[in-house]
Design a protein around this ligand. Structure first.
Ligand SMILES: [Ca+2]
Length: 562
């Protein structure tokens, strides 16, 4: 509390000083030069007319005459940044080296290995008087933002038109995407971070179904659409030797239990508020929040998947699913259906066989929801300014460029002719960078000293053609276009919980999630048969664990964004 009031005071005095130095600067310029720029004239006018534009309060250290450099004289900002496994020192990343020259802002990097991220954030946030200016790519959760914000460690960006004035690109993105604003606004109304955002169907639809078209062709089958088609196609994949080697070695479908239910739940209308809340959506008949995992429709989903399992149409080892395993199956031409965001985890030959499904699976009542849909927010907490930052305006201008089209391209690809070239399809890295993959480097390694975007949580927008992710390759991109018509009209953003609500989510909903996850696997495999008695016992157990309290939290959080 004490800390918070000191910050408020400090900010007020900064603004006062800024206003003074701005008018001083204006008169200095007028005195020293007869060719005073229009912005100087404006500033002079504004200082005389208090009802006019807010420009008069720009701090004098900012260069307001052009986009770059951001500052009149070089300044230094300390930035704590999360470092992925193959990411070297951020000091050596090409994009940021260039950006120092463009902006006049020297960055002192504090590289933090991603594995110790949480501890280092906590230490830094409590290191009063010695905090970094900025936390970048640190993926700080909403509830932690609220705690640190409440403690006065984080600058509240909702005050004094800070975003509107110094982050206009982000501000307009937020205005155009209300769910981003909802996700970024704390229950107390304050805004603590800029997020990692997405703005293309290929990245928003975080999982697509890819089906082995070669196998369909070999068997003379059409793409499946209805729940019956799906059963029949998976059955043929299993028993009709689609890979033509004369032995039954095919795995029609492999995926984790959670993704299997999410993949098929839309056939019974579940998951109608997108993928950020895998256990909750809206019961359209009542308008109330619904717990998906105890809904009657979920029982039907489980019965369907249980039948697939019993008839051998799902990998019997689905509980230990991982992408490496799927990749090995594809190498051996043994996999029929693959669910992921793109094909990058699979060997190259996957592109010869797999296509995106043409329509979302349709259930017995015509339901056809594709719930793997993100809001425009990929992850929060990508960029945070500490309350000790002396140059918050410059820090905002520094990050805001990455929310412009030009800045998105720069962040992801660097500089044309130096690190990327423009092609008919968009942009690609220069051959000297891509060639590193021939030397055995992964894509992430190959680009690690060029751009900072590996490992996600970047304060920018993932949007084609300015983003280079494998989601934008032709096959995943087409898959996303096919599924887009079936995605929910209203996608819930991440919810922001009060500290009390968050305690309920942690103490009650997390154990419920563990229990429903365990029972889901048991129901699919038949370890617990699905009948009226077992289902009632399961549902009763979840309620006894405190589901009503969690539903109340959800209703409250949902009400805040409505
Ligand atoms: Ca075979």
């Amino acid at each position: 509390m004490k800390r918070k009031s000191m910050i408020a005071l400090a900010l007020a005095s900064t603004m006062l000083l800024s206003a003074c130095s701005s008018s001083n600067g204006a008169s200095d310029t007028t005195n020293s030069s007869s060719n005073s720029s229009s912005s100087t004239t404006n500033a002079t006018n504004n200082s005389e007319n208090t009802t006019s534009e807010p420009d008069s309060s720009h701090p004098s250290y900012l260069n307001m005459d052009s986009q770059f450099p951001i500052v009149n004289e070089p300044i230094t900002l300390t930035v704590m940044v999360s470092q992925g496994a193959v990411q070297g020192d951020f000091e050596d990343i090409y994009v940021f080296q260039q950006y120092e020259e463009m902006t006049g802002i020297n960055i002192e990097w504090i590289n933090v290995p991603s594995g110790v991220r949480s501890e280092r954030i906590n230490l830094a946030m409590n290191d009063v008087g010695n905090m970094p200016d900025i936390f970048l790519k640190m993926n700080i959760s909403s509830v932690n933002q609220l705690q640190y914000g409440d403690d006065g460690a984080i600058l509240d960006l909702s005050q004094a038109n800070l975003l509107e004035t110094y982050a206009p690109n982000f501000y307009s993105f937020m205005e155009d995407n209300p769910n981003v604003k909802q996700s970024q606004t704390s229950p107390n109304g304050e805004i603590y971070s800029l997020p990692a955002a997405v703005d293309s169907p290929a990245t928003k639809i975080n999982r697509k179904i890819f089906i082995n078209q070669t196998w369909l062709d070999n068997l003379g089958l059409a793409q499946p659409v209805t729940y019956e088609d799906w059963y029949n196609v998976l059955y043929a994949f299993k028993y009709d030797d689609p890979n033509g080697n004369g032995i039954q070695d095919e795995i029609p479908l492999t995926q984790s239990a959670g993704n299997l239910t999410s993949m098929f739940q839309g056939m019974w209308g579940l998951g109608n508020r997108g993928i950020h809340h895998t256990s909750f959506d809206i019961d359209e008949t009542t308008g109330s929040v619904r717990h998906i995992k105890t809904a009657d429709e979920y029982r039907e989903v489980l019965e369907y998947i249980h039948k697939l399992y019993t008839d051998g149409l799902i990998d019997p080892e689905f509980l230990t699913y991982n992408d490496q395993k799927a990749s090995a199956l594809v190498s051996n031409d043994q996999l029929g259906v693959y669910l992921n965001t793109n094909l990058a985890m699979l060997p190259k030959e996957a592109e010869e066989h797999f296509v995106g499904i043409e329509a979302a699976p349709m259930g017995p009542n015509g339901d056809q929801v594709w719930s793997f849909m993100r809001s425009s927010l990929h992850s929060t907490g990508a960029f945070i300014i500490s309350s000790e930052c002396e140059y918050p305006e410059a820090a905002l201008q520094w990050v805001d460029y990455f929310f412009s089209d030009e800045g998105m391209l720069f962040y992801h690809y660097g500089v044309e002719g130096e690190t990327y070239i423009q092609t008919d399809d968009g942009y690609e890295f220069m051959p000297y960078i891509l060639d590193r993959m021939d030397e055995g480097k992964s894509y992430d390694e190959a680009i690690a000293d060029i751009t900072p975007y590996g490992y996600g949580n970047n304060p920018t927008v993932m949007k084609a053609p300015y983003f280079a992710g494998a989601e934008e390759d032709p096959i995943p991109s087409q898959a996303a276009a096919n599924l887009l018509p079936y995605t929910p009209d209203e996608v819930w953003p991440f919810f922001n919980y009060t500290i009390e609500e968050n305690k309920i989510i942690t103490d009650i909903n997390s154990p419920i999630n563990s229990y429903t996850t365990q029972k889901t696997a048991e129901f699919i495999m038949g370890q617990t048969p699905i009948n009226d008695d077992t289902w009632k016992e399961y549902v009763d157990t979840v309620y006894a664990m405190g589901l009503e309290q969690v539903l109340e939290v959800y209703e409250a959080a949902y009400a805040r964004i409505k």
